[in-house]
Write a protein of this length. Sequence first.
Length: 368
Amino acid sequence: MIIGVPKEIKNNENRVGMTPSGVQEMTKHGHVVYVQASAGVNSGFSDNAYTAAGAKILPTIEDVYAVADMIVKVKEPIECEYKLVRKGQLVFTYFHFASSEPLTKAMIESGAVCCAYETVERKDRSLPLLVPMSEVAGRMSTQEGCYFLERPRGGKGKLLGGVPGVKPAKVFVIGAGVVGTAAARTAAGMGADVTICDISLKRLAYLADVMPPNVKTLMSSEYNIREELKTADLVVGSVLIPGAKAPKLVTRDMLSLMEPGTVLVDVAIDQGGCFETSRATTHEEPTYYVDGILHYCVANIPGAVPYTSTLALTNATLPYALQLADKGWREACARNEELRKGLNVVEGKVVYKEVADAWGLPYSELTL
């Protein structure tokens, strides 16, 4: 199979879909890999590193899309890429269709086969291709929140861990999945007073056992969320329903409960956000205010640390990419239920129910 690795062109997206190590594995399996010039530079991988691993370098993104049977990316195609995606072409990347109707309709019209990292799902309901970036995003949500709590950045001017004689800042994490757990652990390590909430008592019981003493667990409910917002300095939203829009757990009226300069970090923005007042931002302009509350809603948080993120992501995606390349998407998905669940849009049809429901589109049962 001919594999194409284009350069990411979303704002400040510095990751790349395949490392030289991945290229070497692909070529060992008899596949041909074309990489766009400078695609890996911002992640620390030179064109020479790719050619040494067996890749062929193409000058433009148009060239890569035109030649490839399978495109391996990090983020969803943006508007200028829509016309490059071809009928029957397999695109393996993060799509987050439930957060973008134009993207969904463009991929339907393209006739491509869209396999989404974020909905590849194991029997235990874990999401193996979302976990590595969730680990990064969770850690960074606390890191960025801490930065924007500084007064020159628009926050309250609080040090997350406090100092002797001065109480630490209060961090409230909504959602105790991979992102929320990483955010809470990072905040706890910095000495903050952390509360993490979830609707799963089983998950909360586990966290109560493994988290440090400065992390408290709380059952998630509207009442409890409202009470916590009154004293929170940093709020991290990390709620996920696989493939579907995130629920709005912090509404506009709740902002009045918070003190001016409170920081909201919405890691769920890729799926539409879990704060009613969230809108996607970029690393260039990451924040904005609503009613005196600072919102950080960058849609590709891990793109700020591309070296770590690229290695973490490709460690997880490469085995699946090899299956798709070796067997073709139909056979690979027929044999592997995990990959089958990654299929969202196939040859003009929406085959993932949550995506169809998000935009009121017809849902088609997948037949392989």
